[in-house]
Design a protein. Structure first.
Length: 358
């Protein structure tokens, strides 16, 4: 098994620590810890290690699933990783169909111990090529993988499209794994994949939509056998979700949830308008996103997105993410606009200065 270096994380490691402004962060601004009760009591493991049964039942209800169809994880990254481990090289097969561009882990992990066919989104509007997915599915396909809303483009694939993918997967006795970490930033979220039927699997966390990245708290919801196998693998990774994470998650998904999501959706909308105006001002283009990421064309005068992003960070101390980190998209960069408003405006002004002075 050989896994590819995580290009985006290596890019961040090179620049993020020393830069003034992180304009490539893909989540909403972080909430203050003092908003929550931070005393979980005795600092032991979460018992049982798949998460508190009553809390898992509450989360499962959101998907029409039971407690044993939910596994709490250390973020969405672990949820996806464990799901791939539970599905690939099992009786389900060792092949995955992955809709791209997407977060690198969604194709790099299955490529490390299975076979992956990537199906690109249609570039004119970042819609799913359903016919391409249908053509890519094989007898040994275990899973079809979709990130919705999409990272990096911010496109939110509609329910009809996701149900088409679900039906295609189910027809081949495969699963639809949908990474839905940005889903609740949408004003009108569609039905999650795990609620579409037995072949739907949803992964998510409190990182992106709730502004609670530091909790490292997420989950996978799906078929009980798949979740059980994922739990078996989890015993060899993090053993249990974090105690603090589960403690605060209960509060964030309880009485505070509506306030948190309303605040964050309002912030995302306000910031999307700010970035849209900036894009128009500089004659750039994007597909207006859901969430707090956009995939923007590079300005004239730069060879490719990597050169543009290096110049920006070296001259303006602002981090952007070049498009090649998400696939063959050398003429685009990912911008994240979930950070505090003053910081966003300052970052855009600095990048604008680089463009104007080129």
């Amino acid at each position: 098994m050989d896994v590819s270096p995580f290009g985006l994380e290596r890019w961040f490691a090179e620049y993020e620590h020393d830069a003034d402004i992180m304009l490539a962060e893909s989540g909403i601004r972080s909430l203050p810890a003092d908003r929550f009760d931070l005393d979980p009591g005795k600092l032991g493991y979460v018992i049982p290690t798949n998460g508190d049964p009553e809390f898992r039942a509450e989360v499962g209800e959101r998907y029409g699933r039971g407690a044993d169809e939910v596994l709490f994880t250390v973020g969405t990254q672990e949820a996806n990783f464990l799901t791939f481990l539970s599905l690939l090289n099992s009786e389900h097969g060792d092949h995955a169909v992955v809709v791209t561009p997407t977060y690198q882990a969604l194709h790099a992990v299955p490529e490390a111990f299975g076979d992956v066919t990537r199906v690109p989104l249609n570039r004119e509007n970042w819609s799913v090529d359903v016919a391409g997915v249908k053509e890519a599915i094989r007898d040994d396909t275990a899973v079809v993988v979709l990130n919705n809303p999409n990272n990096p483009t911010g496109n939110y694939h509609d329910e009809e499209t996701v149900r088409e993918l679900y039906d295609l997967a189910a027809e081949h006795d495969a699963y639809l794994l949908c990474d839905e970490v940005y889903r609740l930033l949408a004003e009108e979220p569609i039905t999650p994949a795990a609620a579409m039927g037995e072949y739907g699997i949803s992964t998510t966390s409190l990182t992106k939509a709730y502004g609670l990245a530091g909790l490292r708290f997420g989950w996978v919801v799906g078929d009980e056998d798949v979740v059980e196998r994922a739990w078996r693998w989890k015993d060899y990774t993090t053993i249990s979700p974090t105690l603090f994470g589960q403690h605060v998650a209960k509060q964030a998904l309880g009485d505070q949830e509506q306030d948190i999501l309303t605040e964050n959706r309002d912030l995302a909308t306000e910031h999307r308008d700010i970035v849209a105006d900036w894009i128009d001002e500089h004659d750039l283009d994007w597909h207006e996103p859901v969430g707090v990421n956009g995939f923007v064309t590079i300005p004239d005068g730069f060879e490719d997105a990597e050169e543009f992003c290096r110049v920006v960070v070296e001259e303006a101390s602002v981090v952007l993410a070049p498009g090649h980190l998400f696939g063959p998209y050398e003429n685009r960069f990912r911008i994240g606009f979930g950070l505090p408003t003053a910081e966003l405006r300052e970052g855009l002004e600095r990048v604008g200065d680089v463009i104007r002075n080129r």
